[in-house]
Design a protein around this ligand. Structure first.
Ligand SMILES: Nc1nc2c(ncn2[C@@H]2O[C@H](COP(=O)(O)OP(=O)(O)OP(=O)(O)O)[C@@H](O)[C@H]2O)c(=O)[nH]1
Ligand SMILES: [Mg+2]
Length: 311
């Protein structure tokens, strides 16, 4: 009898902003660790999510540890923070064993062509699975036509898989396909490990998510969160600062009678409590730091290290 193999590898999860990358990875993990938002450009740096999966295919029976790397949506903009975000995606593609490109099913094919051109131009092209996401937004006939439009590009992708997180989602359908292309390798992480990120990094993302949920227009894009103090205990005590670009945004974030900042805090606290499985005291402050998203030093302090970016 053949032994069960172990497979392990890094899978860069790529796509345009709002393609559904973070939502899919949370659903595959069965736990909410990655920030999601109906607004585009929510994810700002790489986040590793480790999903165990076992199965059998033409290579044999296997136990796999799949390290999905969530990345910012591929998008060009002039601000240093946006350049950092693009670099995070390209670096994930270059460092990983394989890619998983998410194209919303309603997307035009030219966006996939642009992705192929970019990865070729930047010399980070990797074998990748092409996932048509949000298939619940199309009727069956339109989806079939869309799939047919991708057929001429078959030589570029390993497999094409339609998926919806909202309708009939079966994680194993995605994990089976990914595992088929993973390298044979011993596990790289402890079996109970779900992410390589520190708890405070996830906490920061959950507070940022609350900013995206509770604030409109440009404020979520012109803000970020710095965890100042994190005290473990029976009740976790977390002190964080919301960093804003403009003085005029301060009043909006705080709101009349401090109602808005209360709402931001309550939602973030609930999500942090369900992440940690314990009670949380969360104190939020607001600080205006003009130009924070354009200055390397300030970005580094908030957690975005631009040092290894090409100039
Ligand atoms: N209808 C539908 N909406 C979805 C599906 N998956 C995700 N969404 C929605 O799409 C929006 C964007 O989801 P995210 O997961 O934040 O997208 P992302 O690709 O990580 O976006 P960035 O981090 O900004 O690049 C959210 O409002 C999700 O609820 C799906 O299968 N069907
Ligand atoms: Mg995301």
């Amino acid at each position: 009898m053949r032994e069960t193999q172990t497979r392990c590898g890094f899978v860069a999860t790529l796509g345009r902003p709002n393609a559904g990358k973070s939502t899919l990875l949370n659903a595959l993990l069965g736990q909410k660790l990655s920030l999601t938002s109906h607004k585009a450009n929510a994810t700002r740096k790489q986040l590793n999510l480790i999903v165990p999966h076992s199965g059998a295919d033409e290579r044999g029976a296997y136990d796999a540890q799949i390290v999905f790397v969530d990345t910012p949506g591929i998008h060009h903009q002039e601000k240093l923070l946006n350049k950092y975000m693009l670099h995070q995606s390209l670096r994930a593609m270059s460092d990983c064993d394989m890619g998983m490109y998410l194209a919303p099913a309603s997307d035009e094919i030219r966006h996939y062509e642009e992705f192929l051109n970019l990865s070729r131009d930047k010399a980070v092209h990797k074998r990748h699975i092409l996932l048509l996401s949000k298939t619940d937004t199309l009727d069956n006939a339109t989806l079939m036509r869309k799939i047919a439009q991708y057929q001429p590009y078959q030589s570029h992708y390993l497999a094409l898989l339609p998926v919806s997180v909202r309708r009939g989602f079966a994680p194993s359908e995605v994990l089976d396909v990914v595992a088929r292309f993973l390298p044979d390798s011993a596990f790289l992480f402890d079996e109970e490990c779900v992410t390589t990120a520190q708890t405070r990094e996830i906490v920061k993302e959950l507070i940022r998510e609350s900013l995206f949920m509770n604030l409109s227009d440009e404020i979520p894009y012109e803000s970020d969160v710095l965890i100042q103090r994190y005290e473990e205990g029976e009740i976790e005590r977390i002190y964080a600062t919301i960093i804003l670009e403009k003085q005029s945004q301060k009043g909006v974030v705080i709101g009349a009678g401090a109602q808005t900042i209360k709402r931001i805090g309550i939602l973030a606290r609930k999500n942090i409590e369900s992440l940690l499985g314990k009670r949380v005291f969360l104190k939020l402050e607001v600080s205006v730091q003009k130009g924070w998203s354009k200055e390397e030093k300030k970005l580094k302090k908030i957690g975005y290290d631009c040092a290894d970016m090409p100039r």
